[in-house]
Design a protein around this ligand. Sequence first.
Ligand code: AR6
Length: 451
Amino acid sequence: MKIGKTTITTVLHDITKIDSVTAIVNAANKTLLGGSGVDHAIHEAAGKELLAECRTLHGCETGEAKITGAYNLPCKYVIHTVGPIWNGGRQNEAELLANCYRNSLQLAMENGIRSIAFPSISTGVYSYPIDQAANVAVTAVCEFVRNHPDAMDLIEWALLTDHTKSYYDAAISKAGEEQTSMSDVTYANNKVIGFYHENEKYGCFSNWYPAEFDYAGKHYANSEQFMMYQKVMMFCQFDLGQKILSTSDPKECKDLGKTHFPEFIPAVWEKTCYRIVRRGVRAKFQQNRDILDILLGTGNAILAECSPTDTKWGIGVDISSPARYDVREWNGKNYLGMILMEVREELRLELMLSGNGELKYTDFHDAEPIPEWNMRAGMLKRIPQYYKAIHAYSDTLDWQEKNAFYNGELYRGWEEAMRENMGGGLPFAGFYEMKQDIYEIARRLELLAIG
Ligand code: AR6
């Protein structure tokens, strides 16, 4: 079986004679000073110096692992791990056995070891039932490989009998089926399209791409400017906000948006940023037909922001790396790609339903009042389509404000109460953007109802 670049397999072989791996694993006991079974075989084949090195290690706890040289063995290292003694399964045996595999692989990775052979840990003297041990072992190894896609080339079990081997083979083929069904879903109708710099192919998906749009009474030169303006305004940084609006250079916007100020609360930005950036990206494609056509032209492809370093907005994989085509090898959450895919689906449907092949942006200032705006926020957020839009604002409030906001009237109540309380100069940071979002959603729901 293969996960990414790592082969996971079994061989019918005495582990002490394997010469195709850099390290073998010993099923030791807590003293690390030798015993019977595979432990005995390894010490016997490695020679006395192995025991001498083991004496310097002062033992090892169950589930942990320690590394030594391999002396007369054909490999380079021995990783000693202590499996759990089977006690009916009620003493955390499965977790401890999984830890043997995790810790051995971790240690291997830290030592630059890319190929490793395990024995069937705990299933001899320690009498762990073989069928269960094989499943725990294979599950732990697969999980490690998915979490560390670049770490290992070969992981194998060196097993003495066909009987033992049949259990590990069965566990591997079961894991393989799960793996295949995962990749089937991923690739059924989808290919992956990567983008990164604004001047490359599909560069219009980058937030740095120049594409002007309006949102809630303000004009933006690109979605980076929108994002950074919202980020600082959420914390009422009015001067910084003005500076961001006064330049159309996305790099300057980004640098300004990274300015340190004491009011910044990372958790608030974390909670709200996805929805906020989604507003800007949606408006950008809604109001620029040329790039909307490029977005719609990607069909159902998975869109991947190929930043090698950004694991939040991007996939954490470089655009030149083949790993970008394999979602299992991504290191990042790809928020920007996710937003683009959501926006693509939304705008495609709206375009189909619009009747005239056009999408129209109407600022809420110029629009007819909508009934939703006179509902209480606490009520409106019970309608799922509005939930995230409202939270992107309410999550920026402290609990008292949040209470007042949810229990007051959305427009008349809250907006006017804030105006009174704060002597007119209220921080409406993010408030009008939420209002615009609610107008957009109401229009969309109306379209869908007609459609
Ligand atoms: N190559 C591959 N597998 C082997 C070899 C070998 N040369 N020799 C035995 N096995 P066990 P445990 C298999 O008892 O259950 C020791 O005394 C064996 O057939 O070695 O984790 C330690 O010091 C079985 O399938 O390990 C501990 O006190 C598997 O390796 C205790 O035994 C594991 O059996 C550890 O018990």
